[in-house]
Every structure is written in structure tokens, then in C-alpha cells.
Write a protein that binds this ligand. Structure first.
Ligand code: SIN
Length: 279
């Protein structure tokens, strides 16, 4: 396998991998290191069954069940269908977000396998580097946000945007630090996202809104944070959900795009000072 970077700081194409086949320890170690180095790995020309997709994802941890799959008759709760047609009211992920940060243990990564791209093009996904988003803040702002804790609320996207009926007890809502240390790389990163983060604790509502808006604007108005992935049928992308955000671009109406996503649960909660990262 060869690793070919997409930008100098985020994203790489992995050449020579066949994800339908078992991987030996050396290949897995190379991929795991590339995942930590580049945060977004792009595999082209894949042909995987749902089972092979899940087997590959399982190498990185326990498979995640999406909150929208709870209490629903879903054939396989580990497979999240990402489908947009001319009749869709929305496209999943059409805004900057990190997957499912409303969970106590959000996914450490997600693998999206796209098999139908829109006729006429479009349907790319933008990724943004949250290490760099943090690094680019002034030292004064870094000090201000260090130690702050934010609320991440599943009702924000799943009820507010997608209009889905919540499960018994409602969608998850959890608190995570605004600045997190990646548990494997030990690097600090900005951990608020406009998809799920509803407020910052300990601030007046208008202060919380103003600070979140400032941080969200920083993310969505700094192009150098990003890498753009153009899909082809058979492209599988594996992103590190602990240190990136992404934005699916719905620029292909009325055409159809189809993919399936498998996510992996983090072994640890997002933390300001990850113990694992110290080793
Ligand atoms: C998502 O997982 O947020 C969807 C990403 C995409 O469809 O490109």
C-alpha cells in the first residue's frame, strides 16, 4: 500500500488496498498510522459487501448504532444508509459537523462507502482539520476556551433539521470539553460543531451564542482547514471523527447519490487531557 496526501495537513489516498480481503498485522499497522497522520483516508475502486465493510470497521473497535436506529425496525442497525434523491427533504450531513457528538462515547471514526454518485457530478464531501482550527486561534482565545465544557444535543439535528420522532426518553444529550486532546496522537483540537453543540456551560445564553458563532465562523470561513473528496462509485472514505468535521455538499438536485456508513464507537470519552495520549 502507498499513501498519497491530498493536502499537506489533511487527507490521503491509500493506493493498493483491497478492503474485501483480510489484512495482515503489518498492513493494519501501516493503515492505522496513516489514519493518525492524515485523519481522512480515501480508498478508490473498492467492491465490498456490507459484511466486508463491517469486518474492516470492526478492526478499529466496536460498531456504533446510530441514535436514529434505536427503537426502529432496521434490518442491520450498524449500517447507516446515506441516500439522497429528488424526493429527499434533506441530505444527511449537509452542514459542518462531527458525527453523533451527542453520544457519551461518539464514534471514533466513520467509513462511508459510496456506490452511486450523482449523474452530472457534484456530491463531494468537505473535511476540516480540527487540530489546525485550534492551532490557528490566538493564544488569548485558546486560554479563554480552555477548561470550558459544551452541551451536544441530538435533538438539534435529528428533530430540528431532520424532523424525526425521538426515541423514548429523547435523543442523547452529553457534555464534552471545548478543547479536547486526541487520545492517540496527544494533539489538542477544537471540539465544538454546529451540527450538535447547543451551548457552552457557565456562560450567559448570549455569551454562549456569541462564542459558539465565533468558533463556527472560524471553521466555516477558513478554507485552509479543509480537504475536498470527490467520490466515484466504489470509493470508501474512513475519517477520524475525533479530530475532523465534514460537510456533505448537496449541489446535485434532482439527482441521486447513495452510500452506506459504518461507524466505530470511541473507547474513551472526549477528554481535555487524555490519559492514553500521555503514553
Ligand atoms: C455524513 O456521514 O455526514 C454524510 C457524509 C456524506 O454523505 O458525504
Amino acid at each position: 500500500m502507498d499513501i498519497k496526501p491530498i493536502t499537506p495537513h489533511l487527507g490521503a489516498e491509500v493506493l493498493g488496498a483491497d478492503l474485501s480481503r483480510p489484512m495482515d498485522a503489518a498492513q493494519f499497522a501501516l493503515l492505522h498510522q496513516a489514519f493518525l497522520d492524515w485523519s481522512v483516508l480515501v480508498f478508490r475502486d473498492q467492491s465490498v459487501t456490507q459484511q466486508q465493510h463491517k469486518v474492516f470497521a470492526s478492526k478499529f473497535g466496536e460498531l456504533h448504532i446510530h441514535p436514529m436506529h434505536k427503537e426502529r425496525a432496521i434490518e442491520d442497525p450498524h449500517i447507516l444508509t446515506v441516500k439522497t434523491t429528488a424526493h429527499s427533504a434533506y441530505t444527511a450531513g449537509d452542514g459542518w459537523h462531527t458525527d453523533v457528538t451527542c453520544d457519551e462515547y461518539p464514534p471514533m471514526g466513520s467509513m462511508l462507502y459510496v456506490t452511486k454518485t450523482p449523474d452530472g457530478g457534484g456530491g463531494d464531501t468537505l473535511f476540516a482539520n480540527m487540530y489546525l482550527a485550534y492551532d490557528l486561534l490566538s493564544d488569548t482565545l485558546k486560554q479563554m476556551i480552555s477548561g470550558l465544557v459544551a452541551v451536544h444535543d441530538g435533538a438539534l439535528p435529528y428533530v430540528g433539521a431532520y424532523k424525526s420522532a425521538p426515541p423514548t426518553g429523547g435523543y442523547p444529550r452529553n457534555e464534552h470539553p471545548v478543547v479536547v486532546t486526541h487520545p492517540e496522537t496527544g494533539r489538542k483540537l477544537l471540539y465544538v460543531n454546529s451540527g450538535f453543540t447547543s451551548r457552552i456551560k457557565g456562560l450567559h445564553p448570549q455569551e454562549s451564542r456569541a462564542l459558539l458563532d465565533l468558533l463556527f465562523r472560524h471553521i466555516n470561513s477558513t478554507p485552509k482547514l479543509t480537504a475536498r473528496v470527490q467520490w466515484q462509485p466504489g470509493t470508501l472514505v474512513f475519517w477520524d471523527n475525533r479530530c475532523t468535521q465534514h460537510h456533505a455538499v448537496w449541489d446535485y438536485y434532482p439527482h441521486t447519490r447513495y452510500g452506506e456508513r459504518v461507524s466505530i464507537v470511541s473507547a474513551e470519552r472526549p477528554s481535555a487531557d487524555s490519559v492514553a495520549a500521555l503514553h
